[in-house]
Design a protein around this ligand. Structure first.
Ligand code: NAD
Ligand code: DAU
Length: 345
């Protein structure tokens, strides 16, 4: 594999993946194909923009003609698809765009992979496809029991990816990652929203009782796992990627405030997310057997992440001062009555 189309490469994980691949494989060419939605940002790729092995094409994965043209003209042999609508709260407000990109867009890319006989199509998916996991941990063969429009659309993308392998022999792999944190995450996701609010002494809006459990992994660990599956994964298979370390949201909020030297009184309990998944947990034995293990535990990952946001105000202040961001923030948070400081914890 030498000529990779990274769809959604201007987003959070995609841009970290591009940086990782350019540094690790000196003979690989990388084309980022990205629509530049609100979440896509060329600032995320500023430091690789002069690399002669990197190039950027603005385009929609739902645009079959443009996808076709890019693959032909650039002799692409591999697609890694990060492109998606990714925020659960937004999927509750406008599910249509999730179905378009995460389902139809995935189909368009799979058709292109089939037509051009690509060496690999890799789909970047999520632990959310298993739905909430009250006890135990999800294996790759578990049922997909999604509960939000976001997770339902991602699960549909996974099923379409498997269908193209079974029906047309398209060489596919899938990774299902747990929550990522790290540099360049759009400040709508909980860790960057909490860190940047705390820096500005603004409230940290904690949903419900704050006792939901997530497995927060460092983004570059996730990228290494995707890289490993791309090179050593078995075709037609999915691989879970997570640390196995469980963290409650309230504890994550406390750790952020402690790292920044801010008071815990900044935490504000607000009305819960409808259908909020209580807990995700992944069984990662399969990827560990391939030789992957995360380099960071949660405390290390969070510390690095907080430091990055402290050192890179230029990046997130530009976003948070924009009208588009402020409109979203109002829409998502204004309607949530504050329930005051809860007793959780
Ligand atoms: P993100 O929202 O930061 O970036 C998504 C990128 O896709 C943006 O650059 C956006 O412009 C682009 N995009 C959106 N619609 C497009 C379209 N129609 N055509 C072309 N480009 C389009 O997302 P992220 O957090 O980096 O997530 C990347 C992938 O990883 C997604 O598929 C997501 O489901 C998956 N994932 C995310 C996490 C996480 O914690 N963030 C965890 C596991 C899996
Ligand atoms: O698990 C992987 C998934 O992680 C990815 O597939 C998604 O793309 C990504 O958005 C993320 O989904 P979550 O819903 O878990 O992430 P989010 O950052 O939105 O929320 C994490 C937890 O924090 C969740 O329990 C809800 C809570 N939360 C979130 C926000 C935005 C709050 O308490 N307050 C908030 O303001």
């Amino acid at each position: 594999m030498k000529n990779i189309l990274v769809c959604g490469g201007a987003g959070f994980i995609g841009s970290n993946f591009v940086r990782h691949m350019l540094a690790k494989y000196p003979d690989y060419l990388i084309t980022v194909y990205d629509k530049l939605t609100y979440a896509g940002n060329l600032d995320n790729l500023l430091d690789v923009s002069q690399n002669p092995r990197y190039s950027f094409v603005q385009g929609d994965i739902c645009d079959a003609a443009k996808v076709d043209e890019v693959i032909s003209q650039r002799e692409i042999d591999t697609i890694v698809n990060f492109a998606a609508e990714t925020h659960v709260d937004r999927s509750l407000m406008e599910p249509g765009s999730f179905i378009m990109t995460d389902v139809y867009g995935t189909y368009v890319l799979l058709e292109a992979a089939k037509k051009h006989g690509l060496a690999r199509y890799h789909q970047v998916s999520t632990d959310e496809v298993y739905g909430q996991v009250v006890v135990g941990a999800s294996c790759e063969t578990d049922r997909l029991e999604t509960r939000s429009p976001y997770s339902a659309s991602k699960a549909s993308g996974d099923l379409m990816t498997f269908a193209y392998h079974t029906s047309f022999d398209v060489p596919v792999t899938i990774t299902r990652g747990a929550n990522n944190i790290g540099p360049y995450q759009y400040p709508e996701k909980v860790v960057p929203v909490f860190v940047t609010n705390a820096i500005d002494n603004l409230p940290l809006p904690l949903y419900g009782d704050g006792l939901q459990v997530r497995d927060y992994q460092y983004v570059l660990d996730h990228c290494e796992g995707i890289d490993l599956v791309l090179h050593r994964g078995t075709l037609g298979e999915a691989y879970n990627l997570g640390t196995g370390q469980e963290t409650r949201n309230v504890d994550m909020a406390h750790m952020i405030l402690d790292l920044l030297g801010k008071p815990r009184s900044l935490i504000q309990y607000v009305k819960d997310r409808p259908g909020h998944d209580r807990r995700y947990a992944l069984d990662c034995a399969k990827i560990r057997a391939l030789g992957w293990q995360p380099r960071h535990d949660f405390a290390q990952a969070l510390e690095k992440t907080v430091r990055w946001y402290v050192d890179n105000e230029w990046w997130w202040r530009k976003i948070k001062s924009g009208e588009r961001w402020q409109e979203y923030y109002k829409k998502n948070y204004a309607g949530r009555e504050l329930t005051g400081q809860a007793k959780a914890g």
